[in-house]
Design a protein. Structure first.
Length: 276
């Protein structure tokens, strides 16, 4: 199944790179039905689960809203090392062990003694080699106890979809809170991309519930057939056993939300993402 999905994804990428030579008929055949796009957006509609949201990390880019339910989370796994690691530093201050991974940098700028975090110079992906490692292999390579709750915070520039499709059910259940920046969301309209993205989100939603979405204003809002989709957005999920009641969250933005960049136009989460 995974190999089939990977081959399909590669085919999608190759098709997009050669879009200029595709026929109009081919493009139409590979366009996602509007109904399916709306169904996926509806699945991701955030819920209020009775837990306040708090902000960890930077005031702007690199800061995320998470449920105030962090006690006894053993470790934060954070692939995708940015120029700042304020989120991970805040997790450390709350008693979590910190694990970071990124092939593109030599070391993180986290402002902690190197004995207080673990850094792996590899990309997170859907297979293992000298440059890539899967989430399962990475977590299993650490000395984290298998019965402890974890947090996953991930910003890996589009590689998140296949990395999460590839994650084991046992591992994803260990993540009490998942915070991910999803990229290229406007490509839901591409059937091949939609197929991968829907499998990815369904896998998360099997055990977790979305509690917050924040569009990244480094990218604009895409509008297609009147359906507005942020090209990149930060999603926060909490594991379903951590709450007993839920209702749709109908007010955005949250008062702790901030633009990722103060040099770009502010954008708001389109209402279709929380008022369907």
């Amino acid at each position: 199944m995974i190999r089939k999905i990977i081959r399909k994804t590669i085919s999608v990428i190759e098709s997009e790179q050669n879009a200029s030579i595709l026929s109009k008929e081919y493009v139409l055949e590979n366009r996602t039905q509007e109904k399916k796009v709306l169904e996926l957006i509806k699945k991701l509609q955030p819920y209020n689960v009775g837990k306040d949201l708090i902000r960890l990390g930077a005031k702007r880019d690199g800061g995320y809203l998470v449920p105030d339910d962090l006690v006894e989370i053993e470790a934060c796994f954070s692939p995708g090392v940015s120029t700042v690691s304020e989120f991970e530093k805040d997790c450390f201050k709350r008693g979590m062990k910190i694990f970071l991974a990124d092939k593109s940098v030599d070391k993180p700028k986290i402002g902690l003694n190197k004995n207080n975090y673990h850094f792996l110079k590899k990309y997170i992906g859907c297979y293992n080699n000298d440059d890539y490692i899967t989430l399962d292999s990475w977590v299993n390579s650490t000395k984290i106890k298998k019965n402890k709750d974890l947090m996953l915070q991930m910003d890996i520039e589009g590689a998140e979809y296949l990395s999460l499709v590839n994650i084991s059910d046992d591992l994803i259940k260990l993540f009490r809170i998942i915070v991910i920046e999803f990229h290229d969301l406007h490509k839901f309209w591409n059937k091949g991309f939609y197929d991968i993205a829907s499998v990815c989100f369904d896998k998360i939603l099997l055990n977790h519930t979305c509690v917050h979405i924040h569009p990244n204003n480094f990218e604009p809002i895409d509008s297609n057939n009147g359906i507005e989709i942020p090209m990149a957005a930060e999603f926060t999920f909490i594991r379903n056993d951590r709450f007993s009641t839920k209702s749709y969250q109908k007010s955005f933005p949250h008062n702790l939300d901030n633009d990722n960049s103060n040099e770009r136009k502010s954008i708001l989460l389109p209402k279709i993402w929380y008022l369907q």
